[in-house]
Design a protein around this ligand. Structure first.
Ligand code: ASP
Length: 406
């Protein structure tokens, strides 16, 4: 029953993406009239994020039973994420050196770059962003990292309380189930939401002709980013087979709806409810799924890291600045940090890229050169971000699984 529904939904999503693309392409700005439907879908997804993250993390950590196991799962998750992010940035550097997308670019062609506002840049700021003085305020402003840290602490404390902690855990267990049930209902609406998001976005950016003009202007750059993302997707597939012992086709079938939603919303946080659902359908270890995915959606952004590396090298090449090997290594480290610091919302990577540009002394105005096409590349990198999170859950699940949940 569920399998049948899943299959039909997958086909409906493919039709929605194609129909949305074609409508936006042909009718251009007229399609902005359906934007509200996309907004509705996105808002409902966002509405679920905070309760879902809290319930998922608390039940995932509490399900481990023993606080000491948390260290192992947390350690493996962070090590896995760090490795895949570094691989992603390396692929980005390779692609930018290979394609040389910025060579000969007309510096006058850029859009005047908005001054990106970025307060927290250093490593200490990154650590400080893990906590927040008011957890309600963090929830209200959707700051997921402090919520995750608070929920890990709460769940760890609850597991040490014995009988007193149990009702609280059972409460969050019920909340988690209820949230996942709502996600199941929302999925029925997903094809309409996806259609509306794609058609209206393409329409708002001027329709087919304008899109091709934008793409043509930055063709080599877009090609470098997209080929890098595809290469990284291939790496993730290898990890899925070798470390998680899973069939790629089977896994993609379950993840299809989430990946297409990621593409249409450009937000890995908003996609999280569907990512959790897809990974559940794929049968990934429950504790890993509940703990690793919310963490991954917040800090693991392979696509963003890769894109930042290509973008920074593109800007350097466009300004005729040769980045030495040492400077490119600095890009490797700072792009990894910038990706961790990026929120799972549209265009967040564009803002945190300032960290990388400043580290290697490049002009921030360079961002203007890549703005025109960023709305599209954002969707591509978000899809890889979500795929990276889901593969991470499968790998960590395999490495730490110890029988049935709970
Ligand atoms: N939009 C991306 C995400 O939500 C972040 C980015 O801008 O790269 O995953």
């Amino acid at each position: 029953m569920r399998g049948n529904l899943e299959k039909r939904l997958l086909y409906a999503m493919i039709v929605a993406i194609v129909a949305g693309g074609l409508s936006g392409f042909i009718w251009g700005e007229a399609m902005v009239s359906v934007a509200w439907l996309g907004e509705l879908f996105l808002t409902i997804l966002k509405m679920l994020i905070v309760p879902l993250v809290a319930a998922s993390i608390i039940t995932g950590v509490a399900g481990l039973g023993d606080v000491r196991k948390l260290g192992r799962m947390g350690g493996i998750s962070i090590a896995y994420y760090a490795c895949t992010t570094l691989i992603a940035v390396s692929i980005g550097l390779l692609m930018a050196n290979l394609w040389q997308p910025g060579a000969g670019v007309d510096l006058g062609a850029g859009v005047a770059a908005p001054k990106p506002e970025i307060g927290d840049v250093g490593i200490t700021d990154l650590v400080l962003s893990l906590v927040h003085p008011n957890i309600i305020d963090a929830a209200a402003s959707m700051k997921l990292l402090p919520i995750i840290v608070f929920c890990i602490l709460l769940a760890a404390a609850l597991t040490t309380l014995g009988d007193k902690g149990k009702p609280v855990i059972v409460f969050f267990e019920g909340l988690n189930e209820a949230m996942m049930t709502i996600v199941g209902w929302i999925m029925i609406f997903a094809p309409i939401g996806v259609f509306a998001l794609i058609a209206s976005k393409l329409g708002a950016s001027g329709g087919g002709e304008a899109f091709f003009a934008q793409l043509a202007g930055l063709a080599k750059y877009a090609l470098a980013v997209i080929s890098g993302l595809l290469a990284h997707a291939a790496v993730l597939c290898v990890l899925l087979v070798m470390l998680a012992r899973r069939s790629v086709a089977e896994y993609l079938k379950h993840m299809g709806t989430a990946l297409m939603t990621a593409f249409s919303t450009a937000s890995s946080s908003a996609t999280l409810p569907l990512t959790l659902d897809g990974v559940k359908a794929a049968g990934v270890d429950e504790k890993a799924r509940r703990f690793v995915l919310p963490l991954g959606a917040t800090i693991n952004m392979d696509g963003t890291a890769l894109y930042e590396a290509v973008a920074v090298l593109f800007i350097a090449q466009a300004y005729g600045i040769d980045l030495s090997f040492g400077q490119q290594m600095l890009v490797l480290v700072t792009a990894t940090m910038a990706a961790i610091g990026a929120a799972g919302i549209p265009e967040a990577g564009l803002v945190t890229m300032v960290i990388v540009l400043e580290a290697v002394g490049l002009p921030l105005d360079g961002i203007g050169l890549i703005l025109a096409i960023d709305w599209f590349l954002d969707r591509c990198r978000t899809t890889i971000n979500v795929f990276g999170d889901s593969v991470g859950a499968a790998v960590v699940g395999k490495m730490t699984s110890s029988g049935q949940y709970p």
